[in-house]
Design a binder for this molecule. Structure first.
Ligand code: 6GU
Length: 257
């Protein structure tokens, strides 16, 4: 069981995506728990102000540190020491606090796998204009980005983190083998898939799928994965440990070009 605590100014954004499909089932099955916290509820004062203009000018609004520190302290039931949360985190028994920001390290499958090993995760959704640097420095234990493009806020990124991690929690997907074979798990893109009918609008399917030769089918699938990865994402191949037969097959493709 993993518990996600999501700190956001827009909790309503999460309603749809978390109420459907795998994430819904994972919550119902007790595999994950998702708690949404509105940062505004932790802002002091009658007006519950969560942002302010940047020191030194330059325009745009910056998320204030106080509501976020208050929220973390209330949610975790602790006081963040002056030296920062990292000193607590290093003692063990405290959850990671992840800031979603385009400046973070890139979310890749190994990052998701490593997050799936913890029992609690705090996700802080920044907004693009910016977040006071002291949140980064004294609260966050990690910063994640989901890709090299700019979103208006960390909310969609947080949903993606929750999805990528949830499907790795044992029991969430029926078939453990399916997860292992997924694109990027093996570091390769997936081979093509087909289902019935065997002929659709005059388009057939590869003969091997109807042949009943299971060993040959596995070879075909592996080669299709390799071929797809070579053509679409050669960068992925570079960082993989391939078997001799994989390398022979790929070498053959390069000759054919
Ligand atoms: Cl985590 N946040 C924002 N605002 N933009 C992003 C992102 C995160 N990841 C990629 N672009």
């Amino acid at each position: 069981m993993i518990r996600f605590d999501i700190l956001t100014l827009f909790p309503e954004m999460f309603d749809g995506p978390f109420e459907a499909s795998i994430i819904k089932r994972a919550q119902e099955g007790g595999f994950v728990e998702i708690a949404l916290h509105n940062i505004r509820d932790y802002a002091p004062g009658k007006h519950r102000v969560t942002d302010d203009t940047p020191y030194g000018g330059g325009g745009g609004m910056i998320m204030k540190p106080e509501p976020i520190f208050n929220a973390v302290e209330a949610i975790l039931g602790l006081t963040v020491p002056d030296e920062g949360y990292a000193t607590l985190y290093a003692q063990g028994g405290y959850p990671p606090i992840i800031l979603l920001t385009p400046q973070g390290r890139l979310l890749k499958q190994p990052v998701a796998r490593s997050l799936a090993t913890v029992d609690r995760l705090l996700l802080i959704c920044g907004r693009y204009e910016g977040i006071d640097e002291r949140v980064r420095h004294y609260l966050a234990t990690d910063e994640l980005s989901i890709g090299d493009y700019v979103l208006s806020g960390g909310e969609l990124a947080a949903m993606i983190v929750v999805d990528a991690v949830t499907r790795l929690v044992p029991g969430v997907l029926g078939d453990a083998a399916a997860t292992a074979k997924d694109s990027h798990s093996a570091g390769l893109l997936e081979h093509p898939h087909y289902t019935r009918p065997a002929e659709y609008r005059g388009h057939g399917i590869p003969d091997i799928l109807l042949s009943g030769h299971h060993a040959r089918l596995e070879v075909w699938r592996r080669q299709q994965s390799l071929l797809r990865t070579l053509k679409r994402r050669p960068d992925l191949l570079a960082s993989l440990e391939l078997s001799q037969s994989d390398r022979d097959f790929l070498a053959q493709q390069e000759e054919g070009d």
